[in-house]
Design a protein around this ligand. Structure first.
Ligand SMILES: Nc1ncnc2c1ncn2[C@@H]1O[C@H](COP(=O)(O)OP(=O)(O)OP(=O)(O)O)[C@@H](O)[C@H]1O
Ligand SMILES: [Mg+2]
Length: 118
């Protein structure tokens, strides 16, 4: 999609961010044990032509929160990766008739620089 929009330079970062956020939403929804079948997760890619906004909706209202992952921990780094790749990220709540929440992440720099991981 980003290549079609001539924003291919953001694709690598966006792939990682989408992967982390969608995985979190799928796992959070599964953990919530909905009485019916698993609700969907929705993904939007939005751009103003010079940056990319990733938005992911899921049906649970608990917020994404960074965990302090220890050296031996095998998980708890997803949002640290999102923080490193994005100018900002957060979540907000749509109107009650929609429910759930939207987690968003704003990618403004095209390249994954070494700096981003320090
Ligand atoms: N969409 C979400 N809904 C509810 N809670 C979330 C959501 N995304 C993240 N969280 C909470 O924030 C925590 C940290 O997320 P993060 O992605 O950093 O780590 P992780 O998913 O536990 O592990 P990893 O991504 O490294 O496999 C999660 O463990 C979860 O408790
Ligand atoms: Mg995660």
């Amino acid at each position: 999609m980003l290549r079609e929009w001539r924003l291919g330079q953001f694709a690598e970062a966006a792939e990682l961010v989408v992967s982390e956020l969608v995985t979190n939403s799928v796992l959070a929804t599964r953990a919530a044990r909905w009485p019916t079948r698993q609700p969907p997760v929705r993904l939007w890619l939005v751009s103003d032509g010079s940056s990319v906004l990733v938005r992911v909706w899921d049906a649970v209202t608990s917020p994404p929160e960074r965990r302090a992952a220890g050296l031996e921990d095998e998980s708890g780094r997803g949002l640290a990766i999102v923080t490193a790749l994005c100018a900002d990220w957060g979540h907000h709540y749509p109107p009650p008739e929609t429910g759930g929440k939207i987690t968003w992440a704003h990618i403004t720099s095209p390249w994954m620089t070494e700096e981003a991981f320090i």
